[in-house]
Design a protein around this ligand. Structure first.
Ligand code: NI
Length: 205
């Protein structure tokens, strides 16, 4: 092989590898978008719901129009992830100062069987005075989980004999929805409070 032919061959190999990588990267980007955006480019996360807030008022997504919603789906018996995430939300709300008026932090239960309105009231107010707790019937909660594409599954306690001690395996994202209820972005449950406050401030503008 002549030197120039070898060089051409090498360039072709490198170019091929780069193109292959580009295809793989664009496919994985599409699959990420596919999980959040539909083919029209509209977000698939969000939609109508009717639930009961921790004060006993029946609310729908329309009641939160005009403010950003910072939504978390969890349950009051959760031993670790839910309380730590809600603590991050509470700290971020305080760090936001006046801008926090533009955001309504909301916890929707994934465990309506145990999370009564009264239990939600005690729970959410212990984290932050502005945190809204939402529960409802099994059907109402199921509809909300479906709209927000939340996975939640009851996991029985192996030591339980009467079937009332169980935990919930569930998605643990924070969703930011805009003033019209449209999906803006999500945060994973490990996000630090300072990061969350900074990102919220950027989005609220
Ligand atoms: Ni949890």
């Amino acid at each position: 092989m002549s030197r120039s032919l070898a060089l051409t061959f090498t360039i072709a190999l490198v170019a091929g590898a780069i193109m292959g990588l580009a295809v793989v990267l664009s496919q994985s980007a599409q699959s990420v978008r596919g999980g959040i955006l539909g083919s029209s480019g509209q977000a698939l996360i969000g939609g109508p719901f009717e639930l009961v807030d921790h004060t006993g008022r029946t609310v729908t997504e329309q009641d939160f129009r005009g403010k950003y919603m910072l939504l978390y789906f969890g349950f009051t018996h959760c031993p670790d992830i839910c309380p730590s995430t809600l603590q991050v939300v509470a700290t971020a709300m305080d760090a936001l100062g006046d801008a926090s008026d533009e955001v309504v932090p909301i916890m929707v239960t994934v465990d309506p069987a145990r999370d009564t309105r009264e239990l939600m009231a005690g729970y959410v107010t212990a984290f932050h005075p502005r945190l809204v707790g939402l529960t409802g019937s099994e059907e109402q909660v199921a509809q909300a989980l479906k709209a927000y594409r939340i996975y939640a599954q009851k996991v029985p306690d192996p030591d339980d004999t009467n079937g009332d001690t169980y935990t919930m395996d569930h998605s643990s994202f924070l969703y930011l929805m805009d003033r019209q209820g449209r999906f803006v972005t999500h945060f994973t449950h490990g996000t630090r409070a300072e990061t969350l406050a900074k990102r919220l401030a950027e989005h609220i503008g």
